[in-house]
Write a protein that binds this ligand. Structure first.
Ligand SMILES: NC(=O)c1ccc[n+]([C@@H]2O[C@H](COP(=O)([O-])OP(=O)(O)OC[C@H]3O[C@@H](n4cnc5c(N)ncnc54)[C@H](OP(=O)(O)O)[C@@H]3O)[C@@H](O)[C@H]2O)c1
Length: 279
């Protein structure tokens, strides 16, 4: 039995992956922010799979102090974590204006970049104890549409200019940069991967404020989309396989070229030093 942590395990691909890990008899750590909803999902997973090793930790990933508390709780509870999957993301494009957390950070950046950084950094000691420890970040195929995009390190919190979709791809670029950074700076006893997720069915009811146009766009896109279960299979196979894969893969486990912007060492240094300064 391996121990797999997955963030955002109460909906979409994360939930489907939690089910699949549970079916395979693994111990699952669900990290979610909505206690009521997540507890319901956990109960259903236990009932349907008869796997009782499904644990739930509540954490608002947009809040760095909550992430640090979570790391402490996990460190006090588990000897080893085999796989960490940074799946949760804030991609609410219906948002009209920038949202700032109580800690003064732009919410998407806090959730999509700061949280995976602190969770990964904090859990590396536990993952290192696994025989085949892995940290998996979730990227997006949409990023391929911006091959020349550079990380705007002068405005990570989007104070000068904010558009939720642009901020989302900036965040995914930063996450890819961090995957590369962790892989370069850690010994080989732990593997870092990023999965490039293609168009996967999104539950539109989660975003009631979406414009009519955005809703019809999602409706059209969903006709060509993978199901969350199909995508979750990729998470599960990568997490549990003994084979080695390239750092950045697509849903067919094929190597994907890392965006040039994610390899920019100067900007990577600025990003990491900014992230380190937050705690
Ligand atoms: N679907 C696609 O077409 C697609 C394409 C490319 C990449 N991706 C990536 O795939 C991953 C999963 O996406 P999905 O489609 O499964 O999305 P989803 O159903 O919207 O799931 C997102 C999850 O993240 C959680 N989350 C968001 N903000 C959080 C916070 N502050 N604290 C804790 N949890 C938080 C959500 O929790 P709540 O339920 O509480 O909101 C939810 O469980 C994401 O990284 C996304 O960027 C998806």
């Amino acid at each position: 039995m391996r121990t797999i942590l997955i963030t955002g395990a109460n909906s979409g691909i994360g939930k489907a992956a939690a089910y699949q890990f549970a079916k395979k008899g693994e111990q699952v750590i669900m990290v979610c922010r909505n206690q009521l909803h997540a507890a319901e999902v956990r109960t259903k997973i236990i009932e349907e799979t008869n796997n009782h090793n499904i644990h739930l930790f509540i954490c608002d990933l947009a809040i760095i102090q909550a992430v640090k508390k979570l790391v402490d709780q996990l460190t006090n509870t588990y000897e080893v974590i085999d796989v960490v999957i940074n799946n949760a993301a804030d991609f609410d494009i219906s948002r009209k204006k920038v949202e700032i957390t109580v800690e003064g950070r732009e919410k998407q950046f806090a959730t999509n970049v700061v949280a995976p950084y602190y969770l990964s950094r904090g859990l590396i000691p536990l993952v290192k104890k696994s025989q085949n420890g892995k940290i998996i970040n979730i990227s997006s195929q949409g990023l391929s549409l911006f091959p020349f995009m550079q990380l705007n390190v002068r405005d990570l919190n989007a104070q000068k200019h904010y558009r939720p979709s642009k901020q989302y791809y900036q965040n995914k670029l930063a996450l890819l940069m961090l995957t590369d950074y962790f892989a370069r700076t850690n010994e080989e006893d732990i593997h870092f991967y990023a999965i490039r997720v293609p168009n996967v069915k999104v539950d539109i009811s989660r975003y009631p404020k979406l414009s009519k146009m955005a809703k019809s766009m999602y409706k059209i896109k969903s006709k060509f989309a993978l199901s969350v279960e199909e995508m979750a299979k990729v998470y599960v196979e990568l997490a549990l396989s003994d084979s080695q894969y390239p750092l950045y893969i697509n849903e067919k486990f094929k190597a994907v070229k890392i965006n040039r912007g994610a390899r920019n060492q100067e900007r990577s240094k600025v990003l990491v030093s900014y992230l380190n300064s937050l705690a």
